[in-house]
Design a protein around this ligand. Structure first.
Ligand SMILES: [Zn+2]
Length: 211
């Protein structure tokens, strides 16, 4: 089977995403790239019944390479991220905190240094219809210099060198959104300065695992 390992990982991470509550029903989708090809979640298949054979393989222009179910409606957004970045994998979710936050802010501020794991404070891309070329463009633009983006009134997208990394970033983004929500309920959170965030970013690169 073409891209058997990538297809198996797509199934594995769809199940993890659903179990973690990062997407409900058949929403959310993940993809992994190898060379000129992308393995991506099919549209409308219940994750509990998803098999590696049903995972779609398309080329970087979105053309199907194997017969089977149609790819996720967010294929244009996945392809836009691969076009604009060095990403090896993309994860698109509808996380409860991140999606709620996307309706009220223009950016997730840097109130915790781990936001630097995502490249910095996470922007909210303007609203555009799900699955549209416009959403793909806006998401890729708002992701410049970042590995995460919130999509206004819709959800979130992250990328990484591997599917494991892209998925970890989706979980981290949701944790940071939850943290910001709690902080706002308690009062007016302190925002870290650009210098403090830059120093944290250097430390994350130099000292490895954060404390
Ligand atoms: Zn979506």
């Amino acid at each position: 089977m073409l891209m058997a390992e990538e297809r198996a990982r797509v199934v594995e991470y769809c199940l993890r995403m659903a179990a973690a509550g990062l997407a409900v029903g058949t929403s959310g989708n993940v993809s992994e790239r190898r060379g000129e090809f992308v393995a991506i979640t099919p549209t409308g298949v219940d994750y509990a019944r998803l098999t590696p054979e049903q995972v779609c393989i398309v080329d970087l222009g979105g053309r199907p390479v194997v017969e089977g179910p149609a790819p996720s409606s967010e294929l244009p957004m996945h392809l836009a991220v691969y076009r604009e970045t060095e990403a090896g994998a993309v994860v698109h979710t509808h996380p409860p905190m991140g999606t709620a936050l996307s309706t009220v802010v223009d950016e997730l501020p840097g109130i915790h240094y781990l936001v630097m794991r995502l490249g910095g404070p996470v922007r909210v891309a303007p609203y555009a219809r799900y699955g549209s070329a416009e959403l793909a463009e806006e998401a890729a633009r708002a992701m410049a210099g970042r590995s995460a983006v919130l999509l206004r009134n819709h959800g979130a997208t992250t990328h990484g060198r591997t599917l494991a990394e892209a998925y970890d970033r989706a979980e981290l983004l949701e944790w940071l959104c939850g943290l910001y929500h709690r902080a706002r309920l308690l009062g007016d959170p302190t925002i870290l300065s650009d210098a403090e965030l830059a120093e944290a970013a250097r430390a994350l690169q130099t000292y490895g695992r954060p404390g």
